[in-house]
Design a binder for this molecule. Structure first.
Ligand code: UGA
Length: 478
């Protein structure tokens, strides 16, 4: 992460020095959620004049005063820098923001309805505002993740309204950024996907990204395929993780080692080593939401999509695994004090949406356990869901007096814990390491009883104990 951070900053400086060479656009990004805020800031950084607009006046006021509503590496600094350079503005005046722009990027939320269908209310309202306030040619870019076919439907709707057909083009341009390293992903995309059937629109959007520091593969396709690429990418990754989680569970039943398997599988270029880390189940706003939405779309079209359905089912099961392992170590949980380290759905974010921690806290409470938690960024968000549990100021405080600790995310400060110190603070030295971040030898040598996901535990870990140093030096455990 430090490497990525340093690299990002160097690249940002390079971009600064080259951006004067190319023309800039006036861009309005509608929606200042995670995607809108990051995309708007990156576009400002590569030289465009950007207004990030949102109907939430309070949110806009707070961001304008430097209060960034999400935790994202470097985002706060970059927002401030670009505001000072007068390239990044925040506004709740939607009509004015639309009128002032050449390009309108829609990045509003498309949350899941109860049946898995995407809720397009915010998108429809954004389109209605654009239709009302369009004053000259605009390129409308749909950045939000929308059901396959949405761009075409919106185009038909806009065409039917009383606006000159030549005064807009509408394209799809999905995002592929990961929370926690979103700025890096935004500035170094693996690919740019453009769903456009219009030459002028394609030329404009390509020019918008021209100042990116590296030559990026660009896929130009029709809007429907572009929308499908987004779902395909996210759900395929979700599937890959669920596969790895099920394999890890089988490893635990048989004594095989999931990390070594993942490493060996990943050496095959057709598989790639990414997204093969087993864990407590995937979360976040995207994989669960997009998997539900894809299954829903498939049902609507009478097309079976059993693989993604299975990935979701496997994910539900996976969230129960940490507690099963905990019980295998300490038995009945009633009256026991348990530490949970990591509350967000992954490290380097404060986002708790669909976090495995939610299900685990709920189950621990039902079993009568007392909970002490710590997360470097996500405690304020989790407090809104679970105000009664105990939130500590650091990992050591959370570990004090507990019968066991569950590690749910791989923050570097968790893997760097002093296990000797931690062991002295705990009532019993028991750990469930759901991200394989602690070194088995350190745990064994400090007298811990532990379980991992896919890499054994104290009782069946002779392999790790005797062979791990060699594997570590060969980078097998990464
Ligand atoms: C995901 C995609 O990776 C992005 O490309 C996409 O743009 C984004 O969704 C979106 O649609 O907006 P994100 O949800 O931020 O990004 O998080 P990921 O890093 O992809 O992780 C998703 C979940 O998978 C997390 O719960 C994480 O812990 C889990 N995971 C990931 C594993 O359990 N094992 C792995 O090896 C990798």
């Amino acid at each position: 992460m430090n490497y990525i951070k340093k690299y990002t900053l160097i690249v940002l400086t390079l971009i600064e020095s080259t951006q004067q060479l190319h023309g800039s656009f006036n861009v309005t990004v509608l929606g200042t959620g995670y995607v809108g805020l990051v995309s708007g800031t990156c576009l400002a950084q590569i030289g465009h004049n950007v207004i990030c607009a949102d109907i939430d006046q309070d949110k806009i006021n707070r961001i304008s005063q430097g209060e960034i509503p999400i935790y994202e590496t470097d985002l706060s600094d970059l927002v401030t820098q670009n505001m000072k350079k007068n390239r990044l503005h925040f506004s709740s005046n939607i009509p004015e923001s639309i009128e002032k722009s050449d390009i309108i990027m829609i990045a509003v939320n498309t949350p899941s309805k109860e049946n898995g269908q995407a809720d397009l209310a915010a998108l429809e309202s954004a389109i209605a505002s654009i239709a009302k306030h369009i004053n000259n040619y605009k390129l409308i870019v749909i950045k939000s993740t929308v059901p396959i076919g949405t761009s075409n439907q919106i185009k038909i709707l806009l065409d039917s309204l009383e606006i000159t057909k030549s005064s807009f083009d509408l394209i799809s341009n999905p995002e592929f950024l990961r929370e926690g390293i979103a700025l890096y992903d935004c500035l170094h995309p693996d690919r740019i996907v453009i769903g456009s059937t219009n030459k002028k629109a394609t030329k404009i959007i390509k020019k918008l990204y021209k100042n990116l520091p590296e030559k990026t593969p660009i896929v130009v396709t029709d809007p429907t395929t572009s929308e499908a690429i987004k779902y395909a990418s996210n759900t395929f990754l979700a599937l890959k993780i669920s596969f790895m989680n099920e394999l890890a569970n089988l490893c635990d039943a048989t004594g095989a080692h999931a990390s070594t398997i993942a490493y060996a599988m990943g050496l095959d270029k057709r598989i790639s080593p990414e997204f093969l880390k087993p864990g407590p189940g995937f979360g976040g706003s995207c994989f669960p939401k997009d998997s539900f939405a894809l299954v829903h779309m498939a049902k609507e079209h009478n097309v079976p999509f059993l693989t993604v359905q299975a990935a979701l089912q496997a994910n539900d099961f996976q969230k129960t695994v940490p507690l099963t392992k905990l019980k295998s170590l300490i038995g009945n949980l009633a009256g026991k004090k348990i530490a949970i380290l990591g509350l967000a759905f992954k490290s380097n974010t404060d986002d708790v949406r669909y976090s495995p921690a939610i299900a685990i806290i709920c189950a621990l409470q039902q079993e009568g356990a007392t909970i002490q938690t710590y997360d470097p960024q996500a405690m304020a968000n989790m407090k809104k869901l679970y105000p009664q549990i105990s939130y500590c100021s650091d990992s050591y405080e959370a570990l004090t007096g507990v019968h066991a600790a569950i590690f749910l995310t791989d923050w570097s400060e968790f893997s760097a814990l002093d296990l000797k110190k931690a062991g002295k603070l705990m009532f019993a030295k028991t750990v469930v390491d759901c991200r394989n971040i602690l070194t088995p030898i350190d745990l064994i040598e400090n007298g811990f009883e532990y379980q991992t996901i896919g890499n054994g535990g104290t009782k069946n870990n002779f392999f790790s104990y005797y062979f791990c140093p060699d594997l570590i030096s060969r980078n097998v455990y990464r």
